[in-house]
Structure formats: structure tokens, C-alpha cells
Design a protein around this ligand. Structure first.
Ligand code: DX5
Ligand code: ZN
Length: 224
């Protein structure tokens, strides 16, 4: 299991300290939520900020584009240092073309699905994807309530990935924390995005490690 803390919940006035803290805690990816105020009702940051924080860490930058016409901006985010570029299937007309373009510029290509978008729409592009991101909230804000139907979608996506592209990662994003991290991983998620669960904790380093332990640690008697 990989943990991808969402910097949406970080304090940007001290972002290099926040990133150093996440590295200490053992974060795998840095999840960057890019919002344009059109695809989602919120605004975050563009390529300049991504390029600036690129200097703070060598960790994988997992860019989640919640923007309309993502094809116009993927090159800029790649140049700024994004390693994984995920766009929303609902936000572009020619998804296969964009997946292939993202790979051609040296990034890993991801597609995200909103809670209302069926997993079946991935069938004809699954082999072009390096990551599928299942939204377990409607995108736009951190700290929202988990939508339980996501669990079914994770299972469906896991089956699709196992059958057609086992190297593809399966990420879940939105409302994940102590109450549901074990069940979403058991259903097949292998990358877990978490914002408020980590950053609202009194000790975010200990919290990230505790969240990981909920998935990875088995009782002593259960070990082989
Ligand atoms: C929501 C974003 C998420 C968000 C997750 O639109 O895509 O990455 O930051 O935050 P939590 O974990 O607080 O739901
Ligand atoms: Zn996200």
C-alpha cells in the first residue's frame, strides 16, 4: 500500500516544512490537487507552484488535475515536475489521446472517475492507464464525507485491472481515514490519498504511521 498525502490540507506558508514532515512520516507520493474553479468549485495552484515545491523533495509528484480541457495544461505540469498526471474522464473529449500523450512526455498517465461515473467507461482505455483514481467524494474540497458506494467501484476497478493491466495502480481519494482505510485496501486500492486525516491530527507523523499500520500490520499470532 502506498500513502499519498494531499497537500491541499497543508499550510502553504510553511510548505517546505510540511513536505519534510511527510517525508519523515514515510509518505510514498505527494498528491497535488489542481483545481481551476470551473471543473470544481474551488481554486488551488498552477504549474509555477508545482515547479517551486519540486525543489523541496524527490518524492513522486502525483498531480490530480480537476480542470476542464486538461489537454491544454499537461505539458506545463510535466515540465514543472509532475511524475503522474491524472485527469478526469468527464473533463476531456478524447481521453485515449490524452493518456497516450501523457505517456509520450515521460509521465505516468492516470484517469479519475467521479462518484457518479461508472467504472464500465474504463473498459476500452484500461491498457492505456498507469493509474486509476476512484473519487470517494465529489471533487473540490478536502474534509468531505466518504461516499460508501466507492467500495463497490474499487472492487470493480480491481477486477478490470487484474484482468487487463495488472501493473496499473488503483488509487482512492476523499474522506479516507482510520474508519475506512482497511476496507478500501481490502477491496483492492493500492494507493490511498489522505488530506484532513493526516493534517488535522495532533501529530501528523504518528497519524500517517498509524494509518499505514491499520493496513499493513497483522496481529503477531497471524504472522507466518
Ligand atoms: C478532493 C481532493 C482530495 C482531497 C482529499 O477534491 O481530490 O485529494 O484533498 O482530502 P480528504 O482526505 O480530506 O478528503
Ligand atoms: Zn485529489
Amino acid at each position: 500500500m502506498k500513502i499519498a498525502p494531499s497537500l491541499l490540507s497543508a499550510d502553504f506558508s510553511r510548505i517546505s516544512d510540511e513536505i519534510a514532515m511527510l517525508e519523515r512520516a514515510g509518505a510514498d507520493y505527494m498528491h497535488l490537487d489542481i483545481m481551476d474553479g470551473r471543473y470544481v468549485p474551488n481554486l488551488t495552484w498552477g504549474p509555477k507552484i508545482v515547479g517551486d515545491i519540486r525543489k523541496c523533495t524527490k518524492k513522486v509528484f502525483d498531480a490530480h488535475l480537476m480542470i476542464v480541457e486538461p489537454e491544454k495544461y499537461v505539458d506545463d505540469f510535466r515540465k514543472a515536475g509532475a511524475d503522474i498526471i491524472t485527469f478526469h474522464l468527464e473533463a476531456t473529449v478524447h481521453a485515449q489521446r490524452l493518456l497516450s500523450h501523457i505517456r509520450s512526455i515521460g509521465a505516468r498517465a492516470g484517469i479519475s472517475l467521479n462518484p457518479s461515473t461508472p467504472v464500465a467507461l474504463l473498459e476500452d482505455v484500461i491498457e492505456d492507464c498507469d493509474l486509476i483514481l476512484i473519487m470517494s467524494v465529489n471533487p473540490g474540497f478536502g474534509g468531505q464525507k466518504y461516499i460508501p458506494n466507492a467500495l463497490k467501484k474499487v472492487r470493480q476497478t480491481r477486477a478490470l485491472i487484474d484482468a487487463h493491466n495488472p501493473a496499473c495502480e488503483l488509487e482512492i481519494d476523499g474522506g479516507i481515514g482510520r474508519a475506512n482505510i482497511a476496507e478500501v485496501c481490502a477491496a483492492g486500492a493500492d494507493v490511498v490519498v489522505m488530506g484532513s486525516a493526516i493534517f488535522s491530527a495532533a501529530d501528523p507523523v504518528a497519524e500517517l504511521q498509524a494509518l499505514r499500520a491499520l493496513v499493513e500490520t497483522q496481529p503477531v499470532g497471524a504472522r507466518a
